[in-house]
Design a protein around this ligand. Structure first.
Ligand SMILES: [Mg+2]
Length: 429
């Protein structure tokens, strides 16, 4: 009789346990309003290494805060902070209910916080872990606007004085009282200076007239080109307000003024609409700030119907997911134009800058400087000089969160506005 009395070996665990000290000890959801509302996720490892993620969804902030606090935080404590890809797939697949801005902003916050931790543990700025720098700086564009041409020219000159070398141009339209993207308007008392979301119990109602806009805008760009010359890169945001044929006409009408891009010319969820626009104009097209996953870009990238990907790190599942979208886009010579208004927190902005620096197909970075109050809570190390941003050389993202200052800025309800046409019909804002 043969055999052994040894017990059968214990099966290998399916997942190796975290290295000592690298399990997530705590996950905190921080909601504060230093100038505007931000939702921030802070992960801390057993060894005390901290990572930050941005989960801000402008006008719907508390939905993401609840998604994180009620459904994600309990899953994170004890997980290995090093396992970024595994955690991303776990959160995306185990929820069953995939995609959407709330889910993907929550996943993004976890993903970015884990990248922050990994880079801090490595003692490197995050861009080094993403492959290292592909350039020395990131061309950024600023937001100039005016109610009329003299005010618009002043705004462009002010941005040039501040160091911007690429300019987004938004302007009032005769017959429309308040237009997205224009800083000083009588009806809005300067609300757009840095934040379109109004702190109020109900969203502001604005008006819109596409025919008036289409008549007015080409003349504005002609005047800007005549004043500032042919070299200055100029951008414009249509903010999803046109039909495909209207967008095609605008792109065609703007061709003589050589735009860097025309952004969000149609409601972006209908990818097929861009096919029609593309057939009629060679004005470069940028789209995607309201997209959440690569699936929103399938037709656009495969058929090369756009030139720039506008997604934010914050709303697209984080660095892990946006990197994949941009790598896919690169195969079709489509470049990045990562969303960067002030409702992307300094954490989300820093994440964008590290990704921008590392990828090959960088295009341009949107940049609206945050308010002084915001920058007291989020202490940043990225820089802006002579038209170029740089994420800095601090380990991780390079952003620190000051709880003591944040405590002075409790959440305040705020809504983005909406549009009605003259006959009362609700229209894309
Ligand atoms: Mg936009």
């Amino acid at each position: 009789m043969t055999g052994t009395t040894d017990a059968a070996p214990a099966p290998e665990p399916a997942v190796a346990p975290p290295a000592p000290g690298t399990a997530i000890r705590s996950a905190e959801v921080l909601v504060h309003s230093p100038g505007r509302n931000f939702v921030t996720l802070r992960l801390t490892t057993e060894d005390g290494v901290v990572g930050l993620g941005d989960a801000t969804l402008n006008g719907r902030e508390l939905a993401v805060a609840s998604y994180l606090a009620d459904h994600v935080v309990p899953l994170l404590v004890g997980r290995d902070a090093h396992r970024i890809e595994d955690t991303w797939q776990f959160l995306y697949r185990s929820a069953y209910w995939r995609r959407g801005p709330v889910t993907m902003a929550a996943i993004a916050a976890v993903d970015v916080a884990l990248w922050d931790i990994k880079a801090r543990l490595a003692g490197m700025p995050l861009y080094q872990l993403l492959g290292g720098a592909s350039r020395t700086g990131l061309m950024a564009y600023g937001h100039a606007s005016g109610r009329d041409l003299p005010e618009l020219f002043d705004s462009i000159r002010q941005h040039l004085d501040e160091g911007f070398r690429s300019i987004r141009v938004q302007t009032s339209v005769p017959g429309i009282d308040a237009v997205y993207g224009v800083a000083a308007q009588p009806s809005t008392s300067g609300r757009y200076d840095y934040e379109p979301a109004q702190r109020a119990p109900l969203p502001a109602e604005e008006d819109w007239d596409t025919r008036a806009y289409l008549r007015h805008l080409p003349g504005v760009f002609e005047a800007v080109r005549n004043e500032f010359g042919p070299e200055l890169p100029l951008l414009h945001d249509g903010h999803h307000r046109m039909t495909p044929i209207q967008a095609a006409r605008l792109g065609k009408d703007l061709e003589p003024y050589d735009l860097f891009w025309l952004e969000d010319c149609t409601p972006a969820e209908n990818q097929d609409a861009l096919r029609l626009v593309r057939q009629h104009t060679v004005t470069p097209l940028a789209i995607g700030e309201v997209f959440n996953t690569v699936w929103d870009y399938q037709t656009l990238i495969r058929e090369q119907l756009i030139d720039y990907v506008r997604s934010a790190v914050t709303h697209t599942g984080g660095i892990t997911a946006l990197r994949r979208i941009l790598d896919h886009a690169a195969q079709h010579q489509i470049k990045s134009g990562i969303h960067g208004p002030t409702d992307i927190s300094p954490v989300g902005m820093a994440a964008a800058l590290h990704l921008d620096l590392a990828i090959h197909n960088f295009g341009i970075q949107e940049y609206m400087p945050h308010s002084a109050a915001t920058l007291e809570v989020f202490r940043t190390s990225f820089t802006f000089a002579d038209g170029y941003l740089h994420p800095g050389e601090q380990p991780g993202l390079g952003v620190e969160y000051d709880d003591d200052v944040a405590a002075h800025f409790p959440y305040q309800a705020a809504y983005l506005p909406f549009n009605r046409l003259k006959d009362g019909t609700v229209h894309d804002w």
